[in-house]
Design a binder for this molecule. Structure first.
Ligand code: C2E
Ligand code: CA
Ligand code: CA
Length: 444
């Protein structure tokens, strides 16, 4: 009798274990098994076939993106990159009848079910779950993602349209910063329409001088004189009013017109220097597209010859994006510019992507400390700034601090030995006639 009870208990235990194992298997099978970490192009088609198998009630199309994936790609080897993607795959919050596909370049596409608040909660938990991935291996680098969500309104909508809407939301999330989730809205749609309108009126605007070059002064804190200026573009749009660069530069970069705009700015600056026989240096921003144009240096030289401007009066600011390109290519271009007498500035240093490691590879004359240092000022930030200024002195590189808004900052930076200060404390960017007035008043 006792033996029979014992066998029964053993059988029960085995049964429970089997049930537990089966439930685990079931749970795993609801995870995105289809997700393959490959370098292939879009897996949108896979997703399309998967969603065809379910009724799309209360679903959202989601795109999420690992921030600075390019930098991760550059800093770590392929194996580490794959293991990061594999890790993310294990944390993806998909349940039964929810799907995820890896697109490429740190971008994932997902279909998830549920109303807005529960979805939001799950996605936030997901962001948290991957944040401290191998924190020490990654030298303290936190993995952050931004997420764009499109709540599907029409089940029969083309998947490409769904993706486009999720992408618009993702772009908004990108603007907001790391670990943001944005849901697609009608307002976003209107902004998209505005972007299309701007894109269509670009060429006309360039031909009809709607783009106005402004200059923001740079002051030497020791002499209190204006020693240079940075040219910043504004679009005086007939319908939308004065547009700031963040409203159109990206569009220009996408459709390639940025090259024309950058040349346009150089030409306006040269004509200004020549007309008023300015002795100070003017910095211009150059986008990655313009820099890598095969005849860039030649074109810039030609424009400067037209106005008899010496290349040492022009400082070329290389943006953050440029420093993400293969460093050997960047170096080659920078050497070419240096050989032709241009001064080169690295813009927004410290904003995340322009690392010290890269700086040792490339030739440059000026380092511009990012304004974020001053915006989130604390004791550590000040120490880093003052050490960076010292380092520049050591390397015989000029150091510019931008985003200076307060007197205290001027005092601190002056003591630290910075060469030039730029910021609202002195002046905002102004039109050329106003800049001339400012210059005459300051430097008299
Ligand atoms: P950037 O090169 O980093 O330019 C500095 C930005 O900081 C400018 O914004 C300027 O107005 C702003 N700024 C200056 N002082 C202060 C300050 O004290 N506090 C704060 N909060 N901000 C300050 P802006 O003019 O809107 O330009 C934004 C970006 O657009 C520029 O960033 C540059 O990357 C790009 N950009 C502007 N003009 C051109 C251009 O002609 N060509 C290209 N390729 N890019 C341009
Ligand atoms: Ca700049
Ligand atoms: Ca800057």
């Amino acid at each position: 009798m006792n033996i029979a009870i014992f066998i029964l208990i053993i059988l029960c235990i085995v049964l429970i274990l089997l049930l537990f194992y089966a439930s685990l298997q079931y749970h795993q099978s609801t995870l995105p098994q289809d997700l393959t970490i490959s370098k292939d192009e879009s897996n949108l088609y896979n997703l399309y076939t998967l969603i065809k198998t379910i009724p799309l009630n209360d679903y959202s199309f989601i795109i999420f993106k690992i921030l600075h994936f390019d930098a991760i790609h550059e800093l770590y080897n392929e194996e580490e990159e794959i293991s990061l993607l594999e890790f993310i795959k294990t944390k993806i919050p998909c349940r039964e009848n929810e799907f995820c596909e890896y697109e490429s370049n740190g971008i994932f596409l997902m279909f998830m079910k549920g109303e807005r608040s529960s979805l939001s909660k799950r996605l936030k938990q997901f962001q948290e779950a991957i944040r401290f991935y191998d924190y020490y291996e990654m030298e303290g680098y936190e993995i952050t993602i931004t997420i764009g969500v499109y709540r599907i309104e029409d089940k029969d909508e083309n998947i490409l349209h769904m993706k486009q809407k999720a992408r618009i939301a993702l772009k908004q999330a990108d603007h907001k910063g790391p670990n943001t989730i944005k849901f697609y809205s009608q307002r976003m749609r209107q902004m998209q329409l505005k972007a299309i309108e701007l894109e269509q009126s670009m060429s006309y605007g360039l031909k009809h001088n709607q783009f106005i070059v402004y200059i923001q002064p740079q002051i030497n804190p020791q002499t209190n004189k204006v020693v240079a200026g940075e040219a910043l573009i504004r679009w005086h749009h007939p319908v939308f009013g004065i547009l700031m660069p963040d409203q159109f530069i990206e569009l220009f970069e996408k459709n390639g017109t940025i090259t024309k705009l950058d040349c346009y700015v150089l030409e306006k600056v040269c004509s200004f220097i020549s007309e008023y026989k300015l002795l100070i240096r003017i910095a211009i921003n150059i986008s990655t597209n313009s820099l890598f144009k095969i005849d860039m240096v030649e074109t810039y030289q030609r424009i400067m010859r037209m106005y008899s401007i010496n290349s040492d009066q022009i400082e070329i600011e290389l943006c953050e994006q440029t420093m993400l390109q293969p460093i050997s290519l960047v170096k080659q271009k920078m050497l070419e510019l240096k050989q032709n007498g241009f001064h080169i500035a690295i813009d927004d240093f410290g904003s995340g992507t322009s690392t010290l490691n890269k700086l040792k590879e490339v030739p440059f004359d000026v380092l511009k400390l990012d304004k974020l240092f001053l915006q989130n000022e604390n004791e550590k930030g000040r120490m880093i700034m003052s050490d960076m200024i010292k380092l520049c002195k050591h390397l015989k590189i000029e150091c510019v601090a931008e985003g200076v808004e307060e007197k205290q900052q001027v005092i601190f930076l002056m003591k630290a030995g910075v060469d030039r200060l730029q910021g609202f404390y002195y002046a905002k960017a102004m039109t050329l006639p106003l800049f001339l007035e400012y210059l005459n008043k300051y430097n008299k």
